[in-house]
Design a protein around this ligand. Sequence first.
Ligand code: C2O
Length: 549
Amino acid sequence: AITRHYKFDIKMQNVTRLCQTKNIVTINGQFPGPRIIAREGDRLVVKVVNHVQYNVSLHWHGVRQLRSGWADGPAYVTQCPIQTGQSYVYNFTVTGQRGTLFWHAHISWLRVTVYGPIVILPKRHASYPFPQPFREVPIIFGEWWKADTETIISQALQTGGAPNISDAYTINGLPGPSYNCSAKDIFKLKVKPGKTYLLRLINAALNDELFFSIANHTLTVVEADAIYVKPFKTQIALISPGQTTNVLLRAKSKVPSTTFAMSARPYATGPAAFDNTTTTGILEYEKSSSASNSTIKKLPLLKAALPKFNDSTFAMKFNKKIRSLASAKFPANVPKKVDRRFFFTVGLGTLPCPQNQACQGPNNTKLAASVNNVSFVQPNIALLQAHFFNKAKGVFTSDFPANPLIKFNYTGTPPRNIMVKNDTKVVVLPFNTSVELVMQDTSIIGAESHPLHLHGFNFFMVGQGIGNFNPNNDPAKFNLVDPAERNTVGVPSGGWVAIRFLADNPGVWFMHCHLEVHTSWGLKMAWVVNDGKGRKQKLPPPPSDLPKC
Ligand code: C2O
């Protein structure tokens, strides 16, 4: 294992999309941001210098950060943001993971333009548990707004209404030809006949889960969230914000007389308006050297077929197909016994409208989102500092409800139990607690799928279902043999998901819906994992350059 150094300069850059130029926050002037490459076991040292007028923090999404919680990055959770003119060195080791992850800004909505891939190769001399691909290509999905970031945030936060929907989805920052004024901004993947490519799919979009398909080609899913899975074939992949999926693409053996669309568009079930447009890239075959180049003509583009925008049956089925390898070499260490059980409702709700404000939620309320009816309020200093230095008083309380305070028919006719309460509550766990958590979608305003992301851990998705979770029958059906091991899971629309994880990582770990608007509305909470007794079971003190608030 080696140490790899990166320098990330946060700076403004003019970028033109859809015929409009915008000054956006970038890393090193690049959009999407630079690619980070490491091998499993390597140490990454990323020096981040903030040259912009905004406070910024960066998160290495899905990196476990074993005993390096100070480098995790969510603002006011593990660190105060890096202020203008200041810098912070993120220093961490990539352990027990190989595949694709990504990094993104973790403050306000800055991740709309500040994101990039993390490629984790197997250890030197280790090989993939699938045929070595000819080439590897990161494909990162995003969203583009013509309006500036502040305008779209304030839309969602000040008035309590739904935010402006984006103007385009993007593949590697490019919207593609289905949008006005975007015919040239198109991602092209050139392939050689007969070769196999590893596509590293990343959903960095703010507010949309996405279907992805390549016309007339089959994808073989081999990895999800930097964990190998049992390979399976599919025409279409579903990928939620926060999720990463590696797929193999085998190019046809002969050069075809068409090009092929690579398309992504939303899977959406919620009550909110969304953009049902399609972003398109092109898969093009390279001519073999023997073929004459004299007849270069424009080839027709074959369209990709995608499911209907609200096809929840497809979503459930797709998520069920993702299984851990559970082999001798790559075992699935599913916790077999459970120390503590939790049941969280996740969903939208409302807050009373502040005085002198016009609110756009139902009945002049302000839209909110919650876990067990607690809409999480970010403190002014980082939770991890408050915890580590025993200064929790006035910052957070440790009484986050393990169960909903009011029981009701969660998937019944809305509205039900609609009011939420603002608070900063956490769950405190002793080191090595084995946790089972059921997350239940609520249809208090309308059923909606929520991609829940847990920092600091991989968890096993042991069960999922439609309707209300039944504690008497459902656990018997849990898969404890080869469940998917992930960091982000879709709580099914009008259904539930059960996960298990071992709290073996001391620190403070954020958990939230990776739809940014839901995070902003409060669909988030934090787990505090205490130090263990052993020397290697404690979180070391913070680095000296940890940003101050
Ligand atoms: Cu990718 Cu807390 O997020």
